[in-house]
Ligand binder design. Structure first.
Ligand code: TXA
Ligand code: MG
Length: 503
């Protein structure tokens, strides 16, 4: 399928969008009505939409995104007046929120009526509804003239898209049209508010803040729902916004200079030499860091303390970091009030979860066995691997060696996995520190790791003892192609069991 990006939608002299006959946006609206998928802009992030009234179309969103099927979708409407038939009741305070903030970056959760299919809400008896304010979103919703179920238009686990290009990165060839509405104004997803109780409860912080809601309804239940403990908004429990790079949050100090010093301190104590580093901070902080002669890629957002700009550019910066092949991105924090609450929520999800969820495979030279295991493991998506990613290292490795020819050939032949980009690394303390488990190929590797790093005994295992199969993975180094094939197959078998055992 060819993906067409639709831009230059014409405007009338009253500055309103219109769609001439045969304009592709008309076709996109027809695709939606007929049960296909279309990506469209909103003022928060881009959405991947389907006709909410066609269950098979909605199922296709989950498949295309790789989204867990217990995570419900938001239903988008062109006008708040269309909410009524889709819900059982609208409490008075919810009506106040509608009057004040819709259209806008807010999503309200109601008890659903029978019109909404169960796939949309992942079986919940409640439905989340949003009327975006982006003029092109409203225009497209009116053209389609059906409720559109849409999550953010990113592959599950990736940072949300804030431009048509980001959507293209994730879904090129998988959907027929992307409607290009330029860069998103807010750049963080909408505030999700539960309105099924006596008081509003914020399930996901966003650009409409707790203060805004209190001002509007006079009160708020339970302050803010503690989504980290019981994820009432099911999406909050999944790994989100994770670039390939490790994300480290560094506290904002009262001056740019102190913030720069704090970042420098973190680099020295946490980031091994030779890692490709990016820094997401204000222009002033970036300037200070340059004076400190630190080598890094700039991912700046403008003025010091400009939380609006920092939020709007955050996901873009994470995606840019991946394009630059960064290993680590240091991100400046903000105080957790107002919009800072939404920013810090996304940042902590990008930062903490991924650090904790690494499996480190270890062999001798990090050119055959451990990279085979790493690449085989990472060929599965994060849902299958329960949010774990694999890395690898060697106890006697050189830095930057390629995988051996035999290993590359075997992995290509058996699994079409490309090992050519692998570069070896020498096992160091940070790698062990950052890993949830360290899995050695043989008992000798394990003993050697424990000799050097005895304090990590609790997380170092041999692969075979971890999966409970009595099989060591011997070294094929220097042997013929068949030995490599045997080794690759053995590693794949053990890794399959490993993946099944992860929780
Ligand atoms: O700004 C946004 O909200 C964007 C744009 C495209 O509208 N959409 C978005 O969708 O961020 P998504 O699917 O990435 O996030 C939807 C969030 C998830 O955390 C989900 O669990 C929650 O809303 N949600 C959806 N239906 C719900 C329900 N019935 N009860 C509680 N939470 C719900
Ligand atoms: Mg999302």
């Amino acid at each position: 399928m060819k993906t067409v990006v639709i831009n230059n939608i014409p405007k009338s002299n009253k500055d309103e969008f219109y769609a001439p006959d045969n304009h592709p946006i008309r076709k996109a609206a027809q695709v939606i009505r007929d049960g296909g998928l279309i990506a469209f802009p909103t003022e928060t992030v881009y959405g991947l939409g389907a006709n909410a009234l066609i269950p098979a179309a909605v199922e296709n969103i989950f498949k295309t995104k790789g989204r867990p099927d217990d995570n419900p979708l938001i239903v988008h409407l062109s006008n708040p007046l269309k909410i009524k038939p889709l819900v059982l009741d609208i409490p008075d305070y919810a009506q106040l929120l509608i009057n004040e903030f819709m259209p806008g970056p807010i999503t309200l959760v109601f008890n659903k009526s029978n019109i909404i299919p169960d796939v949309v809400t992942a079986g919940l008896q409640t439905v989340a509804i949003r009327v975006p304010s982006h003029p092109l979103a409203l225009f497209f919703l009116s053209l389609a003239d059906v409720p559109i179920a849409a999550p953010s238009a990113n592959l599950s686990g990736k940072p949300s898209p804030t431009s048509a290009n980001h959507v293209l990165e994730d879904f090129n060839g998988k959907i027929p049209y992307i409607i290009d509405g330029g860069d998103c104004q807010f750049g963080l997803e909408s505030t999700v508010v539960d309105t099924t109780g006596l008081k509003p409860v914020i399930l996901r912080p966003g650009a409409i803040t707790a203060d805004d809601i209190i001002k509007c309804c006079g009160d708020i239940g339970n302050n803010i729902h503690d989504f980290s403990i019981t994820p009432k908004s099911p999406g909050m429990k999944y790994k989100h916004y994770s670039p390939n790079a490790q994300v480290i949050a560094v506290p904002l100090k009262d001056t740019a200079k102190k913030t720069a010093k704090e970042i420098q301190k973190n680099i020295i104590s946490h980031i091994p030499k030779g890692k490709k580093l990016g820094i997401y901070a204000s222009d002033e902080v970036i300037l200070m860091l340059k004076k400190l002669k630190i080598n890094f890629e700039e991912l700046s957002f403008g003025d010091y303390k400009d939380i609006n700009k920092a939020s709007a550019e955050f996901f873009r910066a994470l995606r840019k970091g991946d394009k630059l092949g960064l290993d680590v991105i240091i991100v400046q924090t903000f105080p957790e009030d107002g919009l800072g609450q939404a920013y810090m929520n996304r940042l902590s999800k990008a930062a903490i979860q991924q650090e904790k969820k690494i499996i480190l495979f270890v062999c001798t030279g990090n050119t055959c066995r451990s990279p085979m295991a790493e690449y085989y493991f990472n060929s599965f998506d994060v849902i299958k691997t329960k949010n774990y990613r694999a890395k690898s290292a060697g106890i006697h490795a050189f830095e930057g060696d390629k995988a051996t020819r035999g290993a590359i050939k075997a992995m290509d032949k058996l699994f079409s996995i490309d090992l050519k980009d692998h570069l070896s690394s020498y096992l160091n303390r940070e790698q062990i520190e950052n890993a949830s488990f360290v899995l050695a190929m043989t008992n000798l590797h394990k003993l050697e790791i424990l000799r050097i790093f005895p304090e990590y005994k609790y997380k170092v295992y041999t692969l075979r003892e971890f999966v409970g199969v009595n099989l060591d993975v011997d070294d094929p180094f220097g042997l013929d192609d068949e030995s490599y094939i045997n080794t690759a197959q053995k590693i794949a078998n053990l890794t399959n069991i490993l993946i099944d055992k992860l929780k």
